[in-house]
Design a protein around this ligand. Structure first.
Ligand code: AHR
Length: 533
């Protein structure tokens, strides 16, 4: 036997042996690029709702809570470690009744308004306060300051339901015109913001099929054209985002694009992104913390619907936008549990994220990476004290949730080239009421940056580890480092009094050659950073 043949046979035998022992396989094709993973895929969302802004972000300059110009210092510090690419504001449905002029000028003179969410039965019962009667202490310049402190790009959602187009382009003027050129820019400068904000991302409405005006898709298409027919650029290339579908509403996408381009496909040049909102909801009794193993599987299965939403809407957009000029912007996503775990009664939609939510974050971010050619931005809903949040805060108490850890781990993918990877493992049956799903036992994404391969993988099994063979096609590993987020209790979560229950474990692993095996713990989120030879 020639040496080459012997080596090939030996490698084959070794592969066969590892393959037999393994219950799952990951195959990474390093030479099959998908697209660059934009950092914007890891964006955030903040709305004037419940405890997000007051007291999640804004505590006030005179507060005893450590703050930077009124902004919660602990949040700024935690976000800095995360390097948030982009933050959307001021809503959500709140944006659809928000007049940006209320939030400028001397804070003491700003008007108080009823918050959009005041009629929610939960809010009716909540104590009075800034969550119910918006004091406008946190307006455009405070938000931009928050973005600057954290390094994020601001993404502003314009009110298309209650304000005319003039207010939209004047908001752009207020934000982006250099001081001395327009009266609005001078107003901004007089408030202490001489430098323009340079806001690039603008949402042209929000949920225009619902709270944002209850439009039909063809009506909204006409509105989008009207609101964007002229906008002042002031040297900033505006990236306009259309209010896209609610989950699987393909009709909204199809009819919008047909009407939008009825006068010609040049209209497509006006739109940067098409927003998609998808909340996977909750499962069982709907509790954030108190759930069964069946609820675990059904909610994870519902979260993975993101994949088909992306491909279905992308295909519908492509019927008109054949060159795919417009990308998807998933600017609201996450789990939406019932109330009961909020840290204060006025914190509408406040919930306590557990390991289950962490897996939803990981499965969803991995989905965006696998579709890096289609999705330009995503914004988890919401940043703090709300649905699917990364942080919880109440007065001087502050804690990071399991979702935060996932975002931190997954930052390794940013700016890297997503490459094709196959994940194969026994699936888990999942069901809720009459609906049945099959949840992948293992899912993830892979990306390449220079000689470093980032591989993230989620073992969805609530109780069993997964012995996995990892095969690198077209590359060979020299060494590897592993980060794991796991906990023996799938309900585990971090609280103010016990902030480190869920945390990331890091270690060096044996990762050499073009195939190696690894055991993923049950209910875990994993990141392997593999140095290639
Ligand atoms: O994130 C909460 C709400 O969910 C947002 O305000 C709205 O856009 C969506 O329906």
């Amino acid at each position: 036997m020639r040496r080459r043949d012997f080596l090939a046979t030996a490698a084959g035998l070794l592969a066969a042996r590892t393959a037999r022992a393994a219950q799952a396989h990951i195959e990474v094709f390093v030479d099959e690029p998908i697209g660059t993973i934009s950092a914007d895929l890891h964006g955030h969302f903040t709305e004037h709702i419940g405890g997000v802004v007051y007291d999640g972000i804004w505590v006030g300059e005179d507060s005893k809570i450590p703050n930077i110009g009124g902004i919660r210092a602990s949040l700024v510090e935690a976000l800095r470690s995360l390097k948030p690419p982009v933050i959307r504001w001021p809503g959500g449905c709140f944006a659809d009744s928000y007049n940006w002029r209320d939030g400028i000028g001397p804070r003491a003179q700003r008007p108080r308004r009823a918050n959009f969410w005041i009629n929610d039965p939960f809010m009716v019962k909540a104590p009075d306060g800034p969550q119910k009667y918006e004091p406008n202490w946190f307006g455009t310049s405070e938000f931009v300051r928050f973005c600057r402190l954290t390094g994020a790009q601001p993404y502003l959602a314009a009110d298309l339901r209650s304000l005319p187009p003039k207010d939209f382009y004047e908001w752009i003027d207020y934000c982006n015109a250099p001081a001395g050129l327009t009266s609005l820019a001078d107003q901004r400068a007089a408030q202490g913001d001489k430098d323009p904000f340079g806001v690039r991302f603008w949402g042209v409405g929000n949920e225009s099929w619902g709270c944002g005006g209850d439009f039909a898709p063809d009506e909204y298409a006409v509105e989008f054209r009207r609101y964007t027919a002229w906008l002042p650029e002031f040297g900033v290339k505006l990236a306009l985002i259309g209010s896209g579908p609610n989950g699987g509403d393909i009709d909204w996408t199809r009819r919008f694009f047909a009407k939008f381009t009825e006068k010609g496909k040049h209209a497509l040049h006006q739109m940067y992104g098409w927003a998609l909102h998808y909340y996977c909801g909750t499962s069982g009794k709907g509790q954030a913390v108190d759930f069964t193993v069946d609820d675990w599987y059904s909610l994870l299965a519902k979260s993975t619907r993101m994949e088909s939403l992306i491909t279905d809407h992308w295909a519908a957009m492509g019927e008109i936008d054949t060159e795919h000029r417009v990308k998807l912007v998933v600017d609201e996503w996450g789990a939406w549990h019932k109330s009961g775990t909020e840290v204060h009664p006025a914190y509408l939609f406040g919930q306590m994220p557990t390991m289950r939510d962490a897996l939803i974050s990981a499965l969803t971010l991995d989905t965006f990476h696998r579709h890096a050619d289609k999705v330009a931005m995503s914004n988890a809903a919401q940043l703090i004290n709300n649905l699917h949040c990364l942080f919880l805060a109440r007065e001087d108490q502050f804690v990071v949730t399991p979702n935060y850890h996932v975002f931190r781990m997954y930052a390794a993918h940013r700016g890297a080239q997503a490459v094709r990877a196959l994940f194969a493992a026994p699936a888990h049956p999942a069901q809720e009421n009459q609906q049945h799903w099959s949840l992948a036992g293992l899912a993830g994404s892979a990306s390449l940056q220079g000689k470093t391969l980032a591989l993230t993988a989620v073992n969805t099994d609530a109780a069993q580890p997964l012995e996995t063979e990892i095969i690198l096609r077209g590359a060979s590993a020299r060494s590897g480092r592993l980060s794991t987020l796991a906990h023996p209790d799938i309900h585990a979560h971090n609280t103010f009094s016990n902030p480190n229950v869920v945390q990331v474990r890091e270690e060096t692993i044996e990762a050499q050659g073009s195939a190696f095996t690894f055991r993923f713990p049950p209910a875990s989120v994993n990141k392997l950073l593999v140095e290639l030879g």
